[in-house]
Design a protein around this ligand. Structure first.
Ligand SMILES: Nc1nc2c(ncn2[C@@H]2O[C@H](COP(=O)(O)OP(=O)(O)OP(=O)(O)O)[C@@H](O)[C@H]2O)c(=O)[nH]1
Ligand SMILES: [Mg+2]
Length: 696
């Protein structure tokens, strides 16, 4: 059957000879493609092998522009906890989850947001390769109903892959509020694929989407026989397609023709081997288009897709003006204004931190007093007081310290960050801060992971993948590791804030920002390449969803409860044993030249700093166990508290952050950052101790 597709075979012996050559080369192409399961539907077995599929399960990929609600829908479907927020580029890498609905099993993949799948930009390549290699049974192309023009350009590109596809028009709740009405039947007819209105946050349209997925799984897309392009470009694509289609039977030839025109390296090489003439034709057609439009082929194809998308929207979408938009516009103008934007940032950030401190301090001190008051009664239960102390400090102390010291500060911080993230404010801050960050040699977008670093450095480091160049990514990862995360905030607020004074908290944060600015500027001088201008899609301002905010905050706080408490119990038991056998003094003595001699801290600080590498809040939480009280003023002077907190704030990225650093920027750079920060913290700590002693 394959042979019969070669017209040359029926002709003269010379051409028969040629066809054999083509055939053997083609077999090579086939086997190459088969090995990689790339693009070509060779045989069903091959595709099945590619993904170790479970029989009866429908494999679905969620694909769409950034920030259209893919992860919200993914979480709805699978119960997973993918990061959600109102700024583009949160999802990095492919997440998979499963669900069963009306007796059918679905395997869902949440992919990074992308505007196209043609270029070599990381997320475009990642999505393209995933679709090529994994060949999902169905693509669900999620589009934002509010910005259909831009979103449909990707739809038109995806359709040519001829994987069964559904378009989920998401954020319908918001589109309706914005006075947008869509003719879904018209859209379906023009696109040739099913179109379903959805609102991921409320679950609207999700069951219908699943039923539609089941209906079309395994069926070929029909009716996409012509390129979705304006006549001149469509004609060129058709010419290329007819020259190459015989080499790619049962393959999405429109897609392959566009890929060849757009200089896909692998496909071009394959074609050169099997048919240099056809390869030449592609070159000529490309050159002709580039000459005609005076642009590179990639831009020509992309802008043509946008033009097509726009013409589809003009036939299917109606807008009526609504009153609410101007208010949002006015808030947007205020938040992104050169002066007022900065002032509102200072006001919002300042009042947030003050609010977190006042609320956290109120709850934490009340809980701690109550907990301390229980101690004598508990120890009195045991005839051996040392055993009682061991159990109190080791077991109960750990759990209670997390509850009474950590969570009162953490939960408000997480809630405020989630509100900033989900409302779209974070992206506006990035815009406002772009100028200032550029002066440091950083990109404005870096402000998003930097601000998220106040919650936890680990996702913030991963979030730096939104940066466009390696240089910007490395610089912003470095900046993130200098941000005091929520765990460090617990130490700053719980120790310095509670026992020294809020002005010292402000001083510590201000010093940290100053140090970050100096270090990042110095590092950027070492990498002199210029940072690119700010290219970032501004997400719409929204009233944050209570559900999303609470979920995000809970998942971040849960980490502290589920990981910190067991870890604290284990460490508490070890520490209890160390205390029980009176080894604490020996360990502390060994470290005292550094802790006591250089930093002027009490000797027990050494062991806290060692365990603090695991998680920074341990330094404070364990202080309770080591000192045997939550009234820290009785075991440290205010100066010691400031120096100790300063060291904890700077001394090392915690273990989880180091692991993230290694993954993101490699062992060598991670080690350099870690060593630099340890040295710097000890140096600054020692100097701070001496200055504080002098000024008394
Ligand atoms: N009003 C409304 N908001 C939604 C809906 N779906 C998602 N959102 C909001 O849209 C924003 C983006 O959602 P995500 O699920 O993170 O978007 P994504 O497509 O995964 O984004 P990336 O991973 O960055 O590409 C969040 O602020 C969500 O709360 C919806 O149906 N209605
Ligand atoms: Mg996402």
């Amino acid at each position: 059957m394959v042979r019969s597709r070669y017209p040359s075979e029926a002709a003269s012996s010379a051409s028969a000879e040629r066809s054999r050559t083509i055939f053997s080369s083609r077999a090579e192409v086939m086997s190459l493609a088969c090995q990689e399961c790339n693009l070509f539907r060779q045989s069903r077995e091959c595709m099945l092998e590619a993904q170790e599929r479970k029989k009866g399960t429908i494999y679905v990929a969620l694909v769409g522009n950034p920030n259209v609600g893919k992860s919200v829908i993914f979480n709805q479907l699978t119960g997973a906890h993918q990061i959600i927020g109102n700024w583009p580029g949160k999802t990095t890498g492919v997440a998979r989850g499963q669900l069963k609905f009306e007796d059918v099993e679905y395997d869902i993949a949440d992919l990074p947001g992308t505007y196209s799948i043609s270029s070599e930009i990381a997320e475009e390549r990642e999505v393209r390769e995933y679709l090529d290699k994994a060949r999902p049974d169905v693509i669900v192309n999620i589009v934002d109903a509010n910005f259909l023009e831009r979103n449909l350009a990707l739809t038109l590109e995806l359709i040519t892959m001829r994987i069964p596809m559904i378009v989920a028009v998401n954020l319908m709740d918001q589109a309706e509020k914005n006075g947008i009405s869509i003719d879904f039947d018209g859209l379906r007819d023009l696109l040739g694929v099913p179109v379903i209105p959805t609102a991921g946050l409320t679950g609207r349209g999700i069951p219908e989407m699943l039923r539609e997925i089941r209906r079309i799984a395994g069926k070929e897309i029909r009716g996409i026989e012509k390129p979705f392009h304006t006549p001149v470009i469509a004609e060129t694509i058709e010419k290329v397609r007819s020259a190459i289609e015989r080499y790619f039977p049962e393959s999405p030839t429109l897609w392959i023709a566009e890929r060849l025109l757009a200089r896909d390296e692998k496909l071009t090489k394959m074609l050169e081997t099997v048919d240099p003439g056809a390869s030449m034709l592609v070159e000529e057609q490309r050159a002709a288009l580039e000459k005609k439009f005076g642009d590179d082929i990639y831009s020509i194809l992309a802008s043509d897709r946008f033009a097509m998308a726009s013409s589809i929207v003009s036939k299917t979408v109606k807008r009526t003006q609504v009153k609410e938009i101007p208010i949002e516009d006015r808030i947007h103008n205020l938040l992104t204004h050169r002066v007022y934007g900065l002032l509102s940032l200072i006001a919002i950030a300042g009042s947030s931190f003050l609010g977190i401190f006042l609320l956290g301090d109120f709850i934490a001190s009340g809980l701690s007093e109550w907990f301390d008051s229980l101690q004598p009664g508990f120890i009195g239960l045991f005839s051996d007081a040392k055993l009682g102390e061991f159990l109190w400090n080791g077991l109960l102390g750990g759990i209670f310290s997390v509850i009474s010291i950590a969570l009162p500060f953490l939960i408000p911080l997480f809630i405020i960050l989630a509100i900033m993230e989900d409302s779209g404010y974070l992206a506006r801050v990035a815009f406002v801060m772009d100028g200032a960050l550029h002066r440091l040699g950083l990109h404005g977008k870096a402000f998003i992971p930097i601000l998220l670093g106040y919650s936890c450095n680990v996702p913030a480091c991963i979030g730096c993948r939104i940066m466009e160049t390696d240089r910007d990514r490395i610089l912003s990862v470095f900046a993130v590791t200098l941000i005091p995360c929520a765990a460090t905030t617990v130490v700053i607020l719980g120790l310095v804030g509670t026992f020294v004074g809020i002005e010292w908290v402000v001083a510590l944060y201000a010093f940290d920002i100053l140090l970050l600015a100096l270090l990042v500027r110095a590092a950027s001088r070492l990498m002199p390449e210029k940072s690119t201008g700010l290219i970032m899609e501004m997400p719409p301002l929204r009233r944050p969803s209570l559900k999303v905010v609470l979920r995000q905050s809970w998942f971040r706080a849960k980490d502290f409860v589920y990981i910190a408490i067991p870890l604290l119990i284990v460490i508490g038991v070890i520490l209890g044993a160390v205390q029980y056998f009176d080894w604490l003094d020996e360990i502390s003595d060994a470290m005292s030249p550094l802790t006591v001699g250089w930093l002027g801290l009490p000797a027990f600080a050494g062991i806290l700093l060692v365990f603090g590498i695991l998680r920074k809040e341990l330094t404070l939480v364990m202080l309770g166990s080591v000192a045997g009280t939550l009234d820290f003023a009785s075991v440290m002077t205010p100066d010691q508290m400031i120096v100790f907190t300063l060291v904890v704030m700077l001394y090392i990225p915690c273990a989880a952050t180091i692991a993230a650093l290694i993954r993101e920027i490699g062992v060598r750079k991670a080690a350099m950052i870690t060593a630099l920060e340890i040295g710097l913290a000890l140096f600054i700590g020692g100097i701070a101790f001496r200055i504080l002693t002098i000024i008394g």
